[in-house]
Write a protein that binds this ligand. Structure first.
Ligand code: ADP
Ligand code: MG
Length: 600
């Protein structure tokens, strides 16, 4: 060991840079945050080679005078902490670390002119060596250029991914910041081409803000999102939550903003997961854009140099607010599945490619027009002959009185059942196709959960207790939950070495294979760990088991039964999807139907 020494400033800054500017997107984030803190109304970002050769951020914010410029690149120099109080930070920056860190690992050039001043100045820092400030020409505002990022730290340089990957990270970062600040106009480009152009949005999130949301998260989100708004103890939550049937396999489209700061916070992600856990499978992630306004004193942003994590004084309050507001929004939605589901159906059926090209369907390249073969034509004609009146009815059959009503309902009037599986219903402006098993399963699930929540699960004592054979770990896990399960209407007890005995099952389940039910439940307990509540898991498994009995068997349903199922779905919150987020029905409006046949 050599003697202890104080590290030179440049080394200190390079160490800090390791955390503050992890990759080009992080540098962009720091610079854009500075522009936002400077009150910019317009921010232009240019990134070349994924940020490796050039990052430039230009704003029309308050700017800096020559002497301030010199100070701005010093370590721990900031204009954002008026006092020495770290407990109520209202700006995005406060650590005074970004500019010196970037200056230590890249070639940094800042040109700035304060608002209301005629003089601009420029200053450079290359690998920690400062030059300037010198007079320059520049409009009011600031231009920061970062060239050759990480040239001074080759180890870090080697970790950079392909330019396209880094550019994608930059794009996502700019999107997140732009989402949090809709009043500011943003552009992102590579110097020759503009890849993202977001004009400033007037009005709030629920007015013009939705345009920006759609620009960043896609039209599908804007079309399939529920407004969320809640307030408790001075904490305000607003935003949009996507329908469960619009889920993704990653959390990349979850935008969480705390006091104007985009964050990736585990508590918040966890709250979102919790809110959707009953309508979405574990591996699926909903799309959300949520904005929290918390009194600055109640949230600590000084957790990590990159400031993307936060600590809440009362994390239970925040979690409860998010879970409650999202669940309320989901439950308050009538029957609705994502429009993307119907669109996918049309696309899968070739609806798009069937669009006429100029002269209609001239695919056969001339020749005789298509005509059904002789035999087919006869058969087709037979279908067009008027139907024989049903026995007992005379002449015209008037529609059932209920029918007229039903058509106006969200899920329409049942018309037919296909393959003992699907129900076709006619709605006011299109049609609905229902997966009757999924729907029935979900209804049973919800009914069971409701009964459990009300504390009134009626139990049914089995005439002959059933024996379910289980391996040791499953058996133990089940027995460990025996008391809780009994409260939910399922009575199991140990039976010999390799089995359990089922004495009672929840009455709602009717005639159910109790042994299969507990075996499924034991599997479920293994798979999901502790993510779902026991009640939710039992409800899920029990609902599945219940369906094996009745509708599941592919029984022919009468029209009244089908309509009863549709009405029950409309009346039951969360019945639009199964617990894995798959839709229980698909709706196609007239436009979609027309598209299917190339009429539009
Ligand atoms: P911090 O943002 O934490 O204060 P930075 O190193 O990012 O630290 O910036 C240092 C200081 O430089 C800021 O406090 C601010 O006064 C000034 N500054 C940086 N960027 C700009 C900008 N775009 N416009 C005006 N002032 C800026
Ligand atoms: Mg800063």
């Amino acid at each position: 060991m050599t003697a202890i020494r104080r590290l030179p400033e440049t080394v200190v800054n390079r160490i800090a840079a390791g955390e503050v500017v992890e990759r080009p997107a992080a540098a962009v984030k720091e610079l854009v945050e500075n522009s936002l803190d400077a009150g910019a109304t317009r921010i232009d970002v240019v990134v070349r080679d994924g940020g490796r050769s050039l990052i430039a951020v230009v704003d029309d914010g308050c700017g800096m005078a020559a002497d301030e410029l010199a100070l701005a690149v010093e370590r721990h120099a900031t204009s954002k902490l008026a006092g020495d109080d770290l407990s109520a930070i209202a700006t995005l920056g406060f650590r005074g670390e970004a500019l010196p860190s970037i200056g230590a690992v890249a070639r940094l050039a800042i040109t700035s002119r304060p608002a209301g001043s005629g003089a601009a100045a420029t200053l450079t820092v290359e690998g920690g060596v400062k030059r300037g400030p010198a007079p320059a020409a520049h409009p009011p505002g600031t231009r920061v250029e970062v060239r050759d990022l990480f040239y001074a730290t080759p180890a870090r340089l080697r970790f950079l991914k392909a330019a396209a990957t880094e550019a994608a990270h930059v794009g996502e970062m700019v999107g997140r910041l732009a989402m949090a600040h809709p009043a500011v106009g943003f552009t992102l480009g590579d110097g020759t081409r503009t890849t993202l152009k977001l004009p400033p949005v007037a009005g709030d999130l629920f007015g013009g803000g939705l345009d920006r949301l759609a620009a960043i998260m896609g039209r599908a989100f804007a079309d399939n999102a529920l407004a969320v708004e809640a307030e408790r103890d001075g904490v305000r939550l607003r935003g949009y939550a996507g329908l469960p049937t619009l889920s993704r396999s990653t959390a990349g489209l979850q935008f969480l903003v705390v006091n104007g700061r985009p964050v990736r916070d585990r508590l918040l992600y966890g709250a979102v997961r919790g809110a959707y856990q009953d309508v979405l499978a574990g591996g699926r992630h909903p799309l959300v854009a949520l904005f929290l306004e918390v009194p600055p004193g109640d949230v600590d942003v000084n957790v990590h140099p990159s400031k993307t994590e936060v600590r809440f004084r009362d994390s239970g309050l925040i979690r409860g607010l998010i879970v409650g507001a999202l669940r309320h929004a989901l439950a308050a939605t009538g029957p609705r599945t994502a429009t993307t589901v119907g669109a996918a159906l049309v696309a899968a059926a070739g609806g798009e490619s069937l669009r006429p090209h100029g002269g209609g369907f001239a695919r056969s390249g001339g020749g005789a027009p298509w005509r059904p073969a002789a035999g087919l034509a006869d058969t087709a004609a037979a279908y067009q002959a008027p139907l024989a009146p049903p026995p007992g009815a005379g002449g015209d059959v008037p529609p059932l009185a209920a029918d007229v009503d039903d058509i106006g309902r969200p899920l329409g009037a049942a018309r037919a059942q296909l393959h003992g599986t699907y129900i076709v219903a006619e709605t006011a402006d299109g049609m609905v196709l229902v997966d009757q098993h999924a729907a029935h399963e979900r209804l049973t699930h919800e009914r069971l959960l409701q009964a459990m929540a009300d504390g009134g699960v009626k139990r049914q004592v089995l005439l002959i207790p059933q024996v379910a054979e289980l391996d040791a770990p499953r058996r133990q896990r089940l027995i460990a939950h025996a008391a809780a399960l009994a409260a939910l209407g399922l009575a199991v007890e140990p039976f010999g070495d390799g089995a359990v005995l089922v004495r009672e099952v929840p009455a709602v389940l009717g005639d159910v294979d109790a042994a299969a039910l507990v075996r499924d439940l034991a599997d479920e307990l293994t798979e999901h760990g502790e993510a779902l509540s026991l009640a939710a898991r039992l409800a899920e498994v029990a609902a599945r088991a219940a369906c094996h009995g009745s509708i599941r068997a592919g029984r022919r349903l009468r029209i009244e039964e089908m309509n009863a199922l549709l009405r029950a779905m409309e009346a039951t919150p969360l019945s639009s999807q199964c617990s894995h987020g798959r839709p229980t029905f698909v709706s196609l409006d007239r436009t979609a139907l027309d598209r299917l046949f190339g009429r539009r």
